[in-house]
Design a protein around this ligand. Structure first.
Ligand SMILES: O=C(O)c1ccccc1NCC(=O)[C@H](O)[C@H](O)COP(=O)(O)O
Length: 258
């Protein structure tokens, strides 16, 4: 059983408490508020609020979420990701709501979604993007949740781990495809995964590749961008950085060697 299996099993139990929640509006978010638009020029950073994780334990458990979000936005983050899982990541929907009220960049609800009720909760809290993990869902569930989120006007980041899952994401018509560099059995991270997926990624421009996890240095970021990622999703490095704003500014700068 992988950590992902364990988290998903816990999530399926947890969501029973949420029945009855419905999202309040179905409007989509305007152009500049869409992550896909913001990533079109490449070198976008999706900056994550991550208090803790199964692989690292506590990272910055007492972070001032509002302060951290302001730093990310000021530095030019393309979007802010908020881990909302409580059991394994010590996050919350309250964290997401705090961020969404404060910033005017897209906000990703980073959770393990297995039911539409979680999409409603995310939207109610102010998320503009949700995450769907191919490895966590049956094909029919994935299609259903994808359509549901789209009908609610949300963007969907479809997370994959290998080429087989890339095909699933492409068949779905996903605009935002994230390759997770973390092996969820061993927690080992390898940016080679991004390179491998980028090598098979269509260059039609219909879909955008985002490299997720294990990006710690500016050279890791450059590596992912140079391999073809339009965006990178960074959690731990930014949470531990003494100057997260400078980190973001530096990796997004067009002066950086391409
Ligand atoms: O971070 C973990 O340990 C983890 C374990 C199991 C499932 C998911 C996990 N992380 C969620 C994420 O997707 C990351 O927070 C995100 O990609 C940022 O990763 P990093 O920059 O390495 O903190």
């Amino acid at each position: 059983m992988t950590i992902l299996d364990e988290i998903i099993a816990a999530k399926r139990k947890e969501i029973k408490e949420y029945q009855g929640v419905e999202s309040t509006s179905v409007n989509g978010f305007p152009g500049k508020f869409r992550l896909a638009e913001r990533l079109r020029d490449g070198r976008g950073v999706i900056a994550e609020i991550k208090r803790a994780s199964p692989s690292k334990g506590n990272i910055r458990i007492d972070v001032d979420v509002a302060e951290q979000a302001k730093i990310y936005e000021r530095a030019g983050a393309a979007a802010i990701s908020v881990l909302t899982d409580e059991l394994y990541f010590k996050g919350s929907m309250a964290d997401l709501e705090k961020v969404a009220r404060l910033v005017s960049v897209p906000v990703l609800c980073k959770d393990f979604i297995v039911d539409s009720v979680q999409i409603d909760r995310a939207k109610n809290a102010g998320a503009t993007i949700i995450l769907l993990i191919v490895a966590a869902l049956e094909q029919r569930e994935l299609e259903k949740l994808y359509s549901y989120a789209q009908a609610k006007g949300l963007e969907v980041l479809v997370e994959i781990h290998d080429r087989e899952e890339l095909d699933v994401a492409l068949k779905l018509g996903a605009e935002l495809i994230g390759v997770n560099n973390r092996n969820l059995k061993t927690f080992e991270v390898s940016l080679e995964r991004t390179a491998e997926i980028a090598g098979h990624f269509p260059d039609s421009g219909d879909s955008l590749l985002i490299s997720e996890s294990g990006i710690f240095s500016e050279s890791d970021a450059s590596y992912a961008f140079n391999k073809g990622a339009s965006g990178i999703l960074v959690g731990e490095a930014l949470m531990r950085s003494a100057d997260a704003g400078a980190w973001i500014e530096s990796v997004t700068s067009s002066e950086v060697e391409k």
